[in-house]
Design a protein around this ligand. Sequence first.
Ligand SMILES: Nc1nc2c(c(=O)[nH]1)N[C@H]1C(S)=C(S)[C@@H](COP(=O)(O)O)O[C@H]1N2
Ligand SMILES: [Mo]
Length: 369
Amino acid sequence: MTTTDLGLPAVGDGSGLEPDPRIYAEELELALRNHAMPLEGLRYPVTPTGLHYTLVHYDIPLVDPDAWQLTLDGAVQRPLSLSLAALQRRPARTLRVTLECAGDGRALLSPRPLSQPWFYGAIGTAEWTGTPLRPLLDEAGLGPDVVDVLFTGLDRGIEGGVEQDYQRSLPLAEAQHDDALLAWAMNGQPLEPQHGAPVRLIIPGWYGMAHVKWLRAITALNEPFAGYQNAVAYRYSQSRAEVGEAVALMRVRSLLAPPGIPDFLTRMRIVERGPVQLSGQAWSGRSPITRVEVSTDGGASWAPAGLRSAEHPHAWQAWHFTWDAATPGVYELLCRATDATGAVQPVEQAWTARGMGNNMAQRVRVRVR
Ligand SMILES: Nc1nc2c(c(=O)[nH]1)N[C@H]1C(S)=C(S)[C@@H](COP(=O)(O)O)O[C@H]1N2
Ligand SMILES: [Mo]
């Protein structure tokens, strides 16, 4: 039997041992450090910064912005070193981008992979301001054999028994994407410590793990990066031993803003009979949302919702639906989105060993009174 970093049984390791269906104290501790967006945050087109989810693998580093330097080196002709002031003198852009943690929904899986136990809401949308990455790569002069660009954070820890700086690479074409930004502001304010101050990468469309925070180095590589976060942690596989496919772009997904009022402990929603206005958001990595459907009978039947067009191509799209809740009783509501590639959210979640890319249709229990 193998164990996780916490000394708890690892899921899907072939040992046949399943974790306790109850949440472990270690998972609760992670959940308190890394908060989700309360789902009422779906009512805002741009998530207020304090409501945006956060995920930090190790510790939030203490960084002096005046002493901070970003290096750009590796397989380049002219290595660069930039201060924050130098970076901020460069052309700036602001992009509205939805970020989602690839592990969102992990705690709904059975057996439950042991990690940050997200249920819903590892999600948020912000206006990110920074300078485009591509001109910097051009200035440094990428070598002819570059295939990957590696982003290194100032945070360090141990994961899967491996001591490491937090590092993620992007394939060259993604690092050269027009909308890849080195961002120093979120919603018009300097980045807060938990969101990567003073500078983080924003790579629209990718799950959260690619948006490296507390950036200290960018390194052009002639070989694909084989570090832990790329090669081991963020994979779709049926066991921890299996390498599987790399986690990359956000899968199509939608969420429902909580209707009515909640019961404090169970979070069951209570609404009055009659027409109920339902609304939410829908998004997909690099593809606009073309359809959102709502079910008010546990998935037996579906009806189309109204959908806002994708004015901000990297941000979620609002949807709305009027439910005629004529008869008192308990109902299960679902919403599911379809994107322009034809990808649809599943109603049942396919299980993976690390609990990544969980995009099944959300279920919300509502009592009509
Ligand atoms: N340096 C560094 N960058 C990081 C992480 C981290 O732990 N260290 N976590 C990643 C993960 S898994 C996610 S989901 C996003 C979360 O970004 P947020 O906390 O600003 O929402 O940051 C990513 N960038
Ligand atoms: Mo994440």
